[in-house]
Structure formats: structure tokens, C-alpha cells
Design a protein around this ligand. Structure first.
Ligand SMILES: C[S@@+](CC[C@H](N)C(=O)[O-])C[C@H]1O[C@@H](n2cnc3c(N)ncnc32)[C@H](O)[C@@H]1O
Ligand code: SF4
Length: 467
């Protein structure tokens, strides 16, 4: 395998098995249908009780996309009927109204993110109306650290629209690219030019966006190291502040569009590892810092700075600098994390609409974390964000003796330690350089639920592979 030391390649192959990405702990398959509207109301009420009002993060899901990318594993609906946006927004406004009523008005919104699907399926005027509606219902922070971010599909973004987004207050954008190679683009049904992508990046810069992220995927059909190297060079030439390089999660049982992909076109494990190594080498050479779990950032970007300060946080939106806020998810499939609870809206549009039309908060499953969940969630956050676990602090915070409490987990960790993925130092568990690409395997040792079945709703494979 080119470039990758044989011992590390062997390791990566050994640990290439399905596992959660830990955007939450416990992970979504553990959410239960017994958690509904009443439990969500209770969690929201309790979360208002802090002496210093806890801040809020808002997430708005816009499910629509103009055309189907075959690799896509997101919750999305393919349509070119723009009228569907209005019908959707009518329900979204009702959901905002019902949800905002649960939260004290002195709780500041420090972050608002639009994800999808394709949020720019909505016109700038529609996006402005949604943000205005949220501003009427919530108190937006005036702090310079307040983030308004949006996922943009450059194929359908008019660079002239960026000025309007900036005027609404958007200051961060994330652009889907995946790969610029024509053969790969044809194989995944996503034809996107370098020029249209660059034009959106430049418009974001020109209008003062604080950061621009670009998403790439390795492991797509027809990818090979030579062509992927060209994609990486082209993207690096645009100098995004952040880069996400995701491992392609191929779960055709779960995502119908992926059945359009000919499995014979997928790179084998060796090639996939070379693609990953290529990305790491090129990004590191270009001065990007590895944040963890597929994410890279320039050293002066807020994510890299937050990691330095130890204040990085990971949630359903990926890595964020806004720890200690409650997350309110709005729209179909959106997930909330309020106090010690997780809850999720229905993943199909009809159920979400019906709940709202009947005057209900559209929650279909969730869970309340117990003390053990909180402890493990805390530990997994530390692993994912800081690459180390501070044992003594956890012992104090949760009143446990770490070694006896985690005897099982430490036994599972022993082979990873022998393989050099982690080091057990006095008072700390430290992720070694070999373990940085295998964070989810390390976290899996501490996941109490992995040996248990998921909630009955799902029968298809639950998790993608590590590499
Ligand atoms: C909601 S999309 C981004 C915004 C917009 N819809 C677009 O595609 O430009 C989120 C990102 O998820 C990633 N993604 C989607 N399906 C994936 C899969 N099966 N495996 C890995 N990453 C995937 C892609 O990198 C994609 O850019
Ligand atoms: S990758 Fe983006 S544009 Fe493509 S189908 Fe998925 S959400 Fe839609």
C-alpha cells in the first residue's frame, strides 16, 4: 500500500469493523418509543432551572434536494417542486411556536445551524423568514461568538445569493463536494464543476463569512489515488478553513439510492486506506490540524483553537465550539439534546406533519440518560474531542473508582493498548498517534449498549465500518 507503513495498514484492516460515529452517547438506535411529548416537556422545563440560564443551539433540518446523489445516507426527499418548501415551512413555524414556548426567554441562542438535505432548496427570502421567526421566538446572543451556519450545495447556490445570506446573519458555510473527478461524479450522479464550487467559496469570503468548510468522501465508486490526489490539490487551492473527509458509509439495505452503485466499482480496503492516507498527508502538509473523526481545520480556525483550549464539543452537527448548551432540533428527523435527554422527530415527512397538524410536539423516540450514561458520554466526548480521558476528574465528578467501575472496558481496551492505539498513563488514558484514526474503536470499548440489541424499529445493519 503506497505511503502507509505496513504495520499501520495491518492495524487499520484489523479494526475495520462496523461501529457508531458517536455524535451522541447513547447512540440513536438506543432511543425508545416510550419517550414522547410529555417527557420532552419535562426535560425542557427542568433545563430552564439552572441559576445561570443555559444557552441554546438550534438545528433546523431542510430535507429537500433537487437531485439524488447515489451515495447519500442523509435524511432527504428528492423533488424539484419548490412549492413543497412552503408547505414544509408552514409546519416548521408551528413547530417553532410550540417548542419555543417550553423555554425561558432569557436563554440565549449561541448557535443556529441549517442542515439537510439541502437547506438552500429554500430561497434566501424563505431562509430569512425562518431566521426572523426564530428571532421572534428566541433571544439571539449578540456575542461575536454567535454562529449562524448553513450547508450549501454549490450546484444550486447562486453566488449572488451569498450576499443575502450574509445580510441575514449567516457567518459559516459548509459546502458539499465529495470528489471532482468526472468518472466518480458520473458514478455517484453528482456532476459539479470546480468553477461553480470556487465561486461559492469566494462569495462567502467576499461577504465576510468567518469560516468555510468543504466535505469530501473517500471510498466512493471509481475513486483511485491518482485522481483523488488531484481533487485534494484542487480543494486545497481553495483553502477552506475546515475540511471533512468522510469514509463512504455503504449501507444499501438502509439507503435505497446506494443500490444504484455497482459494488464492483467500489475501491477495495487497500485502496480505501491509500485514499485516506493521501488525504491525511496532503492536508497535514498544507498546514491543517487533525481535529478527530474525519475533521481537519486550519490552526487559526475556531475548532482548532477550541481543541487547544480543551473546549471542543461533539454533537449531532459534528464538532462545535459551543459546549454546555442545550440543542433543540426542528424539522423532520431532527434530534434534540436537552438536559439529560435525547429526543428525535419522526424521520418520515408524513408522521412529522400529522403530529404538528394535531397540535403535538413531533417527538417519536428518545431517552433520558442515567448516571452511567452521563459518565460514559462524558468519557467518550473527551476521547473524541481531546484525544485523552482524565481519569481523576471523572472519578471525582461521578464518585467512582475508575479501575473497578470500568474493569470490563479496560479488559476490552487491552488489545488496543497492545497495538499502540492507546496508552494508559497515571491518571490518563491517551490516544496514541496510531489510535487517532480509530477513535470509534476506542470509544466502543466503553459503550455499554453495543452488545445489546437496538430498539426493535431497525433490522438493517446499524453502523458503517470504521475505515
Ligand atoms: C447534507 S449533505 C451536505 C449539503 C448538501 N446536501 C450537499 O450535498 O452539498 C452532508 C454531507 O454528508 C456526507 N455524506 C452523505 N452521505 C454519505 C455517506 N453515505 N457516507 C459518508 N458521507 C456521506 C457528504 O459529504 C455530504 O456533503
Ligand atoms: S449529498 Fe446532499 S445533495 Fe446529495 S442527496 Fe445527499 S443531501 Fe442531497
Amino acid at each position: 500500500m503506497s505511503g502507509l507503513p505496513a504495520s499501520i495498514a495491518t492495524l487499520l484492516r484489523r479494526y475495520d469493523r462496523p461501529g457508531p460515529r458517536y455524535t451522541s452517547y447513547p447512540t440513536a438506535p438506543q432511543f425508545q418509543s416510550g419517550f414522547g411529548e410529555a417527557q420532552l416537556r419535562e426535560a425542557a422545563l427542568a433545563s430552564n432551572g439552572d441559576p445561570i440560564p443555559r444557552r441554546l443551539s438550534l438545528y433546523v433540518h431542510v430535507p429537500f434536494c433537487m437531485s439524488p446523489c447515489f451515495y447519500c445516507g442523509c435524511n432527504r426527499i428528492i423533488t424539484r417542486d419548490l412549492a413543497r418548501a412552503e408547505t414544509y415551512l408552514a409546519r416548521l413555524y408551528r413547530e417553532i411556536d410550540m417548542t419555543a414556548a417550553l423555554f425561558d426567554r432569557d436563554r440565549e441562542v449561541i448557535q443556529l445551524h441549517f442542515g439537510g438535505g439541502t437547506p438552500n432548496f429554500l430561497s434566501p427570502a424563505q431562509l430569512r423568514d425562518v431566521v426572523d421567526c426564530l428571532r421572534r421566538h428566541f433571544l439571539f446572543s449578540s456575542s461575536s461568538g454567535r454562529d449562524l451556519s448553513i450547508e450549501l450545495d454549490p450546484r444550486f447556490t447562486n453566488p449572488a445569493d451569498i450576499a443575502q445570506l450574509a445580510a441575514i446573519g449567516f457567518n459559516r458555510a459548509s459546502l458539499g463536494v465529495q470528489d471532482f473527478d468526472p468518472d466518480v461524479q458520473a458514478a455517484v450522479n453528482r456532476i459539479q464543476s470546480v468553477e461553480e464550487t470556487r465561486a461559492v467559496v469566494e462569495a462567502c469570503r467576499a461577504h465576510g463569512f468567518r469560516s468555510v468548510n468543504i466535505d469530501l468522501i473517500y471510498g466512493l465508486p471509481k475513486q483511485n489515488p491518482e485522481a483523488f490526489a488531484r481533487t485534494l490539490d484542487t480543494v486545497l487551492d481553495m483553502r477552506p478553513d475546515r475540511l471533512a473527509v468522510y469514509s463512504y458509509a455503504h449501507l444499501p439495505e438502509l439507503f435505497k439510492a446506494q443500490r444504484q452503485i455497482d459494488a464492483a466499482d467500489l475501491p477495495d480496503t487497500e485502496t480505501k486506506l491509500s485514499l485516506l492516507q493521501l488525504a491525511i498527508d496532503k492536508l497535514t502538509d498544507a498546514g491543517y490540524v487533525y481535529i478527530g473523526m474525519d475533521h481537519f481545520a486550519l490552526p487559526d480556525d475556531d475548532l482548532a483553537q477550541a481543541q487547544q483550549r480543551g473546549s471542543l464539543h461533539r454533537n449531532f452537527m459534528g464538532y462545535t465550539t459551543h459546549a454546555d448548551s442545550d440543542l433543540i432540533g426542528l424539522g423532520v428527523s431532527a434530534i434534540s439534546h436537552i438536559g439529560d435527554s435525547f429526543s428525535q422527530n419522526p424521520r418520515d415527512l408524513a408522521s412529522w406533519q400529522i403530529a404538528i397538524d394535531n397540535g403535538h410536539l413531533p417527538v417519536f423516540r428518545g431517552m433520558t440518560l442515567d448516571e452511567d450514561d452521563r459518565l460514559r458520554a462524558d468519557l467518550i466526548q473527551q476521547l473524541m474531542c481531546q484525544g485523552e480521558v482524565l481519569v481523576a476528574a471523572l472519578e471525582r465528578r461521578y464518585d467512582i473508582d475508575f479501575d473497578s467501575y470500568f474493569a470490563d472496558a479496560l479488559a476490552k481496551l487491552a488489545p488496543l493498548q497492545a497495538d499502540g492505539l492507546v496508552r494508559l498513563e497515571p491518571g490518563r488514558i491517551v490516544v496514541g498517534s496510531r489510535g487517532r484514526l480509530l477513535l470509534r474503536n476506542i470509544a466502543m470499548c466503553f459503550d455499554r449498549y453495543l452488545d445489546q440489541p437496538a430498539q426493535p424499529e431497525r433490522t438493517a445493519p446499524r453502523f458503517s465500518r470504521a475505515i
